[in-house]
Design a protein around this ligand. Structure first.
Ligand SMILES: Nc1ncnc2c1ncn2[C@@H]1O[C@H](COP(=O)(O)OP(=O)(O)OP(=O)(O)O)[C@@H](O)[C@H]1O
Ligand SMILES: [Mg+2]
Length: 620
């Protein structure tokens, strides 16, 4: 086989395959170039989701004629010299973006450097370069990309709808804008409503974060500022209760570079693991700053991954400072962590009898995955030792429980109710007879050979979900008309997504329609849910729709929606229940398949066998 040197054009197209995945990646490269050029104002204009047009104008330094000539050549950069690949202080450094874009699109650049008498322009179409010509521009640079991928039509087929590509570009602008509050950004075009982010004044970063994520976030976040061995971590991390249905609102920056790094994302999951259900995600904006020599950004052409020289140090700093923040914010309930609770008992002087099992050992880490719940036929209770170390983040009241000593009476007491004979039969049932409700959150029931503790919110959520699914299957979800439609302000992309799925949502009992470009009006809700927090429900649904895969079947999608609705329609923790309600809930659970776990995979109930209780007290 003959070995050949490829032409520059082919080399550029190969590089383009990695650097330019979609219009949003072009936007990212061009905006980063403008930031590197010291711009204080960056304007982005798009059409057709960035496929037909993407134009980035800046007021930065501009380029001299000879630099412009080189800028569109491969491996030409003004940002690093031969020996500082490990001292990168700019967003770009590969000298690849412009030639790559020029090889697959129609690229034109006009730029004015202060040393030049006038501006210069160059055009490249599918790799073919026109000679540089004089142009009219006072300051800065404008880069225009038209007909992206016209030269590689196969690539076009992989792009999403114009709307999806347009919103990916919005995400990129938001992301970069978060890191550079001193730069003003504007985003407009035929495919969108114009948006601007004015340069933020003295409060800088905080003001920009409010502009982009809303003041809500800042009010519900803890400020992080920590340093370890030359690595600084600053920014804001949302409180657990301010969680979202997907991980899209997690912004990390390493030396000002937006990254989506696995090490950081997994650290974040770890930091919140105790206080958030697995399918809920915190919102964070975090900045890591360190000596450029301590981090390698030359990992992937798109520069979204980085490699820290000491990954464990960075992860430890991230996890440690967030956990610390959670403790000081008072949002980490002691009940969320069995070990902490057991420590507290020991600290008050409690020492178990010598023969008792070590308390901490009795509370093994939960294993929800294996728990199967029960049906009338297949009764498989949760072993006594599970389920005590995770707090459902969806039920905020857990986080503020009064000290045990202040609780004198149970929330509700079921002893006096029900005839003795009924009682006897009830205790023989799998979930037993309701005895009490404590902390307005848990039901205690007595079974033949032990006791059952039920998380009322989790249990009810499961029941509502199963019922919703059943009526869905029969196409008979009853709806209730709202007297006054509820209007909810949402980002335009969310409104569009919800509107597109209005039919699916109606099948599940939720009737809504767009109310202008930035709001949704909800007219009917599923009757089964009763009074619900419509705002919360719709926001969560919008988050979920953003995550839907095209491969998901209609049934899977409707089930998702039903699960989200069930969560919002359930008896919240913190509601006092009447004895007959408690017993009805237990009986319902027995009759409902899969009721052993809530929709988030947490157990809905746990059983303590008399045997275990006796052992705990050294009776056996
Ligand atoms: N908006 C701009 N203003 C001034 N100079 C620019 C601008 N855009 C590009 N340049 C110049 O053109 C050069 C090439 O840009 P290009 O984006 O291709 O490579 P890079 O930014 O150096 O590295 P990377 O490929 O990592 O982005 C840059 O090094 C810079 O000198
Ligand atoms: Mg660049």
């Amino acid at each position: 086989m003959q070995v050949r040197q490829l032409s520059e054009d082919v080399i550029n197209r190969i590089a383009a395959g990695e650097v330019v995945e979609r219009p949003a990646s072009v936007a990212k490269e061009l905006i980063e170039n403008a930031v590197d050029a010291g711009a204080t104002s960056i304007e982005v204009v798009t059409a057709g989701g960035g496929k037909t047009l993407l134009r980035v104008s800046d007021n930065g330094l501009g380029m001299r004629k000879e630099d412009l000539h080189l800028a569109v050549r491969r491996h030409c950069t003004s940002k690093i010299t031969e020996d500082d690949l490990f001292d990168i202080r700019t967003l770009g450094f590969r000298g690849e973006a412009l030639p790559s874009i020029g090889s697959v699109a129609r690229l034109s650049i006009q730029t004015r450097h202060q040393d030049e008498p006038h501006a210069w322009a160059v055009t490249i179409e599918g790799g073919a370069e026109q000679p540089i010509a004089p142009a009219a521009r006072k300051k800065g640079t404008v880069v225009e990309v038209r007909d992206l991928f016209f030269a590689t039509p196969a690539r076009l087929k992989f792009l999403k709808s114009d709307r999806a590509e347009a919103s990916a570009i919005t995400e990129i602008v938001r992301r970069i804008a978060l890191a550079y509050p001193e730069i003003g950004f504007s985003l407009s075009g035929a495919d969108r409503q114009p948006q601007t982010w004015a340069p933020a004044g003295p409060e800088g970063r905080l003001a920009r974060i409010s502009q982009i994520l809303g003041k809500d976030f800042v009010d519900n976040a803890m400020e992080i500022d920590a340093e370890r061995e030359g690595v600084r971590l600053t920014g804001f991390a949302g409180l657990p209760t301010y969680n979202r249905g997907n991980a899209q609102q997690q912004f990390f920056f390493v030396n000002g570079r937006p990254v989506k790094d696995k090490l950081l994302l997994s650290g974040l999951r770890g930091a919140y693991a105790d206080v958030l259900a697995r399918d809920r995600h915190p919102v964070v904006v975090l900045f890591i700053d360190l000596e450029p020599a301590l981090v390698d950004v030359n990992v992937h052409p798109a520069k979204a991954d980085v490699r820290f020289r000491d990954g464990q140090l960075v992860r430890g700093l991230l996890v440690g400072s967030i956990k610390q923040g959670l403790v000081t914010s008072g949002h980490r309930s002691s009940t969320s962590n069995a070990a902490v609770a057991m420590e507290a008992i020991r600290a008050t002087g409690f020492t178990g009898p010598a023969s008792a099992p070590r308390p901490a050992a009795a509370y093994a880490p939960p294993r929800y995955e294996r728990q199967s719940g029960f049906s009338a036929r297949d009764f498989a209770p949760v072993p006594a030792a599970t389920g005590f170390s995770e707090t459902p983040a969806t039920s905020a009241p857990h986080l503020h429980q009064p000290a045990i000593a202040s609780v004198i009476e149970p929330s509700a007491d079921a002893r006096a109710f029900g005839e003795a004979s009924q009682e006897d039969t009830a205790t023989r049932l799998p979930l037993g007879a309701a005895r009490a409700q404590i902390h307005e959150t848990y039901l205690i029931a007595q079974t033949e050979d032990g006791m059952v503790i039920v998380d009322q919110h989790a249990a009810h959520e499961r029941l509502v979900y199963e019922r919703l699914k059943e009526s869905l299957a029969q196409k008979a979800v009853a709806r209730q008309l709202l007297l006054i439609p509820e209007v909810i302000d949402l980002p335009e992309e969310d409104v569009a997504r919800l509107a597109e799925r209005a039919g699916d949502l109606e099948a599940v009992g939720l009737v809504l329609e767009p109310f202008g470009p930035g709001a949704i009006a909800v007219r009917e809700t599923p009757a089964m849910l009763g009074e619900i927090d419509i705002q919360g429900l719709v926001r969560d649904l919008a988050d979920e729709l953003a995550e839907w895969e095209t491969a998901e079947t209609l049934k899977e999608r409707l089930d998702h929606v039903a699960a989200t609705m069930a969560c919002h329609g359930s008896v919240r923790a913190g509601r006092r229940m009447r004895p007959e309600e408690m017993n009805a809930l237990l009986r319902d659970m027995e009759a409902t398949p899969l009721s052993g776990q809530c929709n988030h995979g947490r157990p809905t109930w746990v059983e303590l066998k008399l045997n275990d209780i006796e052992r705990l007290f050294g009776r056996k």
